[in-house]
Design a protein around this ligand. Structure first.
Ligand SMILES: Nc1ncnc2c1ncn2[C@@H]1O[C@H](COP(=O)(O)OP(=O)(O)OP(=O)(O)O)[C@@H](O)[C@H]1O
Length: 588
C-alpha cells in the first residue's frame, strides 16, 4: 500500500500539528472556543458545591475551600448563594457551554470545508503544473479519488482535532477541580482513566489499520473502475465485462470488511468504556462508604467528579481513535500532491517566448523511456510555413518526436530548437499556446460541440468555432445536428461517428489559429473524400502555419512538402552516429 504504512514521520500527532499550523488564525479561534466551553462546563460543575452545601450539613461539604470560593465570588457581586441563584447559575453555565460548543462546531465545520477546498486546489494546481510524464505514471482514477473522497475525509481532521482539543481543555479543568476537591480522587481518576486508555488502546490501532485499508482500497477501486469504464465498449462487445467484475467485487468486499472493522472498533470503544467506568465507580463507592465511612453527600460529589473526569479521558481516546481512522486519507492526498509537485514544469512566463520564423529542429536528440531507447542522435528539421510528414512503422518513435517538439518530454541529450531558441530556455507555455495538436486518440468532453472546439475559451466567438469546423470538414454535419453548436456529444464524443469525432478534434486544434499544427494520425478515421478535403484545408494553411503530420496514409505524403521516414532503433545496436538514422527524403 505504498509508503502510507512505513513513513515514520506520518503520525496522528504530525497530522494534528500540520493541520493546526496550516490554519493558525482559525486554530487559535477554535482553541479559544474550546477553552471557553471547557471553562463554562467547569463553572457549571463548581456551582454544584455550594448547592450540595445547601442540601447537606456544612461539615459534610466535599470541598469547603472551593465552596467558600464560589460563595465569596458571589458575595463580591453582592449576591448570596440561594438555591434558586445557584441553580440559575448552573443552567446558565451549561447553556453557555452548549452555545460555545455550537460556535466551535460551526467554526470547525467551516474550517473543515476550507481545508477540503485547499487540499483539492493544491492537488488540482499541482496536477495542472505537472509534466506529462507525471500523468503517464498515474492511474487517473487515483487522482479523481484524491480530489473527491480523500480531500473530504482528510478535511474532517480539522473538526476532529478541535473536538480533541476541547476535550483536552475540559479534562484539564476537571482534573483541577478534582484536585481542589480531593487530591486522592484526582489521582484515582487519572490512574484509573489511564488504565482504561491502556486496556482499550488496541481498538485505536484496529481503527487506524482499518482506515488505512479503506484509503488504499478506495484508491485502487476507483482507479480500476475508471479504467474499466473507459474501456467498457470493447469489454461489453466481447462479453468481457465479467472479467472486470471479480477484482471490483473483491475490493468492494474488502472495503466492506475494513469499514465494518472500523465501525466495530469505534462502537466497541464507546461500549467498553461504560462498564469499565461503572466497575471503577462501584469499587470507589464500596471503599469510600464501607471502608472509609465517608458521608453519602461527599461520596456523591466525589463520584460525580471521578465519573466526569474518567469519561473525559475516555472521550479523548475516542477523539484520538477517530483521528487515527482518517489520517491515512491525508497522507494519501499529500502523497499525490508531493508527486505532482515533484514533477512541476517551469512556471508560466518563464523564459523567452519562441517565434517560429525559420524552423523547428531536433538536433542530435537522444531519448529513452527508462531502458527503452527510442531516439539516438536524431536530427529533424521542420521548416516554417511548410508541411512536413513523418512516416514510420508502429513503435518507431513518431509520437515521441511530437512529444519532444511540444515540450511534453525533454531529450536525454541534444536539444529541440525553435529557430535558434533551445526549448530548454523557452517559455514552454507560450510555445504551446502557439500549437494546434490533434492526438492519435481523440479525446472529447461530455459537453457541447462549442465547448469541445473552443475548450472553454470565452474569447472565442461562435464565428471562430464555425470557421474552425468548416476548415476541419465538420461544418456540414454540425449544421445538421439538432442543436448545432449546443449539441452535447456524449461521453468521449460517443454520440458522433469516429470520423466526426476526428473532425471536431481537428477543429479544436485549428480554432486558435496556431503557428504550428501537429497532426498525429489525424485523418485515419476519415473516408478518402473527407480526408482529401481536410488535407486540402491543411495544405491551404501552409505559409501562415507550419505543419507536422504523422501518418501511414499515402494521401498525406502526396501533399507534404517534406517526407521523413523513421525506423525503430535496434535495441542491440550501438548508439548511432550523428547521421540521421531515419533518413530525410524531401518529397517534393
Ligand atoms: N510512456 C512510455 N513509457 C515507456 N515506453 C513508451 C512510452 N511511450 C512509448 N513508449 C515506447 O516507445 C516506442 C516509441 O513509441 P511511439 O508512441 O513514439 O511510437 P510511434 O511511432 O508513434 O508508434 P505508433 O505508430 O504505433 O503510434 C515504442 O516502443 C513504445 O512502446
Amino acid at each position: 500500500m505504498s509508503d502510507l504504512d512505513t513513513r515514520t514521520d506520518r503520525t496522528t500527532v504530525s497530522a494534528i500539528v500540520g493541520i493546526l499550523k496550516q490554519y493558525p488564525r482559525r486554530s487559535v479561534i477554535l482553541v479559544a472556543l474550546a477553552l471557553a466551553s471547557g471553562l463554562a462546563e467547569g463553572i457549571g460543575l463548581v456551582v454544584l458545591l455550594p448547592l450540595l452545601g445547601l442540601a447537606a450539613e456544612a461539615e459534610t461539604q466535599p470541598s469547603p475551600e472551593l465552596a467558600a470560593f464560589v460563595e465569596g465570588a458571589l458575595d463580591v457581586v453582592g449576591l448570596s448563594p440561594t438555591l434558586g441563584l445557584l441553580l440559575a447559575f448552573m443552567v446558565l453555565a451549561l447553556t453557555a457551554k452548549a452555545g460555545l460548543r455550537l460556535a466551535s462546531q460551526w467554526h470547525a465545520g467551516a474550517a473543515s470545508a476550507l481545508a477540503a477546498r485547499d487540499l483539492r486546489m493544491r492537488l488540482i494546481n499541482a496536477m495542472m503544473r505537472a509534466r506529462w510524464g507525471f500523468y503517464v505514471q498515474q492511474p487517473t482514477g487515483r487522482l479523481s479519488n484524491a480530489v473527491a473522497s480523500e480531500a473530504m475525509r482528510a478535511s474532517s481532521l480539522f473538526p476532529r482535532t478541535t473536538d480533541l482539543l476541547a476535550g483536552g481543555f475540559t479534562l484539564v479543568i476537571y482534573v483541577g477541580i478534582a484536585f481542589a476537591v480531593s487530591w486522592q480522587i484526582a489521582l484515582l481518576s487519572i490512574l484509573l482513566g489511564s488504565l482504561m486508555v491502556v486496556s482499550l488502546r488496541r481498538l485505536v490501532s484496529i481503527a487506524r489499520q482499518a482506515g488505512r485499508e479503506q484509503t488504499a482500497l478506495l484508491r485502487s477501486l476507483i482507479a480500476r473502475l475508471t479504467d474499466g469504464l473507459y474501456a467498457i465498449k470493447p469489454l461489453k462487445a466481447m462479453g468481457r465485462e465479467d472479467s472486470l467484475q471479480p477484482a471490483l467485487q473483491r475490493e468492494t468486499e474488502e472495503l466492506n470488511h475494513a469499514q465494518r472493522r472500523q465501525v466495530v472498533a469505534t462502537s466497541a470503544m464507546g461500549v467498553a468504556q461504560e462498564p469499565l467506568i461503572a466497575f471503577f465507580l462501584a469499587i470507589i463507592a464500596y471503599v469510600f462508604l464501607s471502608v472509609l465511612g465517608l458521608p453519602f453527600t461527599e461520596l456523591l460529589f466525589l463520584a460525580l467528579i471521578f465519573q466526569r473526569t474518567v469519561r473525559k479521558i475516555g472521550g479523548l481516546q475516542k477523539h484520538w481513535q477517530s483521528l487515527a481512522s482518517i489520517e491515512s486519507a491525508l497522507w494519501s492526498i499529500e502523497e499525490s500532491i508531493d508527486a505532482a509537485e515533484a514533477e512541476a514544469e517551469a512556471p508560466k512566463r518563464h523564459g523567452r517566448a519562441p517565434e517560429l520564423r525559420e524552423a523547428v529542429e531536433l538536433r542530435e536528440v537522444d531519448f529513452a523511456y527508462g531502458q527503452t531507447r527510442v531516439l539516438g542522435a536524431y536530427n529533424l528539421r521542420i521548416p516554417a510555413g511548410e508541411l512536413t510528414a513523418l512516416l514510420g512503422p508502429s513503435g518507431a518513435g513518431k509520437t515521441t518526436i511530437v512529444d519532444l517538439v511540444t515540450g511534453l518530454y525533454r531529450p536525454d541529450a541534444g536539444e529541440v530548437y525553435v529557430d535558434d531558441l533551445p526549448l530548454e530556455q523557452a517559455d514552454l507555455h507560450a510555445w504551446r499556446e502557439r500549437i494546434g495538436y490533434v492526438p492519435q486518440e481523440v479525446v472529447l468532453f461530455h459537453d457541447s460541440v462549442r465547448a469541445n472546439v473552443a475548450m472553454y475559451d470565452d474569447e472565442l466567438t461562435d464565428e471562430d468555432v464555425w470557421e474552425a469546423l468548416e476548415a476541419a470538414g465538420a461544418g456540414d454535419f454540425v449544421a445538421t445536428l439538432p442543436e448545432q453548436l449546443d449539441t452535447v456529444i456524449g461521453e468521449h464524443g460517443t454520440r458522433l461517428s469516429g470520423g466526426q469525432r476526428q473532425r471536431v478534434s481537428i477543429a479544436r486544434a485549428l480554432v486558435r489559429r496556431p503557428q504550428l499544427l501537429v497532426l498525429d494520425e489525424a485523418t485515419t478515421a476519415l473516408d478518402p473524400e473527407t480526408e482529401q478535403a481536410v488535407l486540402r484545408t491543411v495544405r491551404g494553411l501552409r505559409g501562415s502555419v507550419t505543419i507536422l503530420a504523422i501518418s501511414h496514409q499515402p494521401a498525406l505524403t502526396q501533399v507534404a512538402d517534406h517526407v521523413h521516414r523513421i525506423a525503430p532503433l535496434d535495441p542491440q545496436a550501438p548508439p548511432p552516429d550523428a547521421t540521421d538514422p531515419a533518413g530525410v527524403t524531401p518529397a517534393r
